[in-house]
Design a protein around this ligand. Structure first.
Ligand code: ASP
Length: 336
């Protein structure tokens, strides 16, 4: 919808009428340029609140939107939205029920970032379902940004998180099947990544983001992916926007993907263009074997515009805005 049509449609609603009339009176005494700026600001405001997330995660985006619509902030929205998938034992790539590493250990990576640029991250975390909440506690209750492994687990337990076995029967069966061939290389099933990365903008126009994952299935013990690395799996700059990533973490880390997307938006690119350029940064590498793996980005700018792009077909996002919780297929690079 074009900006002016959007305003026209919106002005049918009560809010739109009120805004519309103040626009007309504003126009009387001010320059055309300022009037256009006002119009832009109104459109931006009408996009709020807004949630986007990687993959088909309508229950998670609905939870985040419920928080935003009841006056909650973007940070609470992304944390509680991500927790929905962490608790979902059927999701074998996040939290409880995640597929284990090659030794049978479920190890989680997560990060969170707020409107002030504060961040927390946890990596190689075992036995704690809500890694994203541990990341938030690290951000808020410690002078540090990252905690790893046993230290992270001890910290979580000291904060009241329950220690539990995260390896479900079905994930154990999948791992035992994998062990028959036990290929050293981690399996990259491009159809089945499911790290949840979420961005939210609240009614104040402030942006926060979070992501959480059990990482690549059957990875080497000790492996940490992009989701715990601030700037790779997640980056927020509340003046500009935010980005979250999913897919082969190693490729994302090598290009500091989410930071790159935000910096491209800072240079004036739209979220869509920034995601496309960041994907091309990976595929254009001289020895890139991009046909063998997936990476997907979803981004949001300060105006509440969003974009997404991936290397392979089948990446999708969930976007909750204007009362609609939509699952949207992403455009992608590898069309050969
Ligand atoms: N990005 C995650 C990782 O490399 C995996 C995923 O998105 O499924 O750990």
């Amino acid at each position: 919808m074009k900006r002016r049509n959007f305003i026209k449609t919106a002005s049918i609603t009560g809010v739109g009428l009120a805004i519309g009339s103040s626009l007309i009176s504003c126009n009387d005494g001010i320059s055309k340029e300022s009037a256009n700026q006002n119009e832009d600001a109104i459109v931006d405001t009408m996009r709020r609140p807004l949630v986007v997330a990687t993959w088909h995660v309508k229950a998670a985006t609905a939870k985040a939107m419920e928080i935003l619509q009841t006056g909650g902030n973007a940070l609470d929205a992304v944390e509680h939205g991500c927790k929905v998938e962490e608790a979902n034992k059927k999701n074998q790539t996040v939290g409880n029920g995640g597929l284990p590493d090659r030794d049978g250990n479920v190890t989680l990576d997560a990060s969170i970032m707020d409107k002030y640029g504060n961040c927390g991250s946890v990596m190689y975390l075992q036995n704690i379902t809500h890694a994203v909440s541990v990341a938030r506690k690290i951000m808020e209750d410690t002078p540090h940004v990252m905690l790893a492994g046993e230290g992270a687990k001890q910290f979580a337990v000291s904060k009241g998180f329950k220690s539990e076995d995260l390896l479900t029967e079905s994930s154990k069966r999948a791992w035992e099947k994998w062990k028959i061939e036990a290929k050293y290389k981690p399996i990259i099933n491009i159809e089945n990544h499911d790290t949840i990365g979420m961005l939210a903008m609240d009614n104040n126009g402030d942006i926060s983001g979070a992501c959480t994952t059990s990482g690549l299935a059957y990875k080497l013990g000790g492996r940490v992916g992009d989701s715990a690395i601030i700037g790779s799996g997640l980056f927020i700059d509340n003046d500009i926007g935010g980005c979250v990533a999913t897919g082969l973490g190693e490729a994302i880390v090598k290009t500091v993907g989410s930071f790159l997307v935000v910096e491209l938006m800072r240079q004036g690119k739209s979220p869509q263009q920034a995601c496309e350029d960041a994907i091309k940064r990976i595929t254009n590498k001289p020895k890139s074997n991009f046909r063998d793996f997936q990476v997907g980005y979803v981004a949001m700018n300060k105006k509440g515009e969003t974009g997404c792009y991936s290397i392979q077909k089948s990446f999708s996002i969930t976007k909750f805005h204007n009362g609609t919780n939509e699952h949207i297929q992403s455009d992608y690079f590898n069309k050969s």
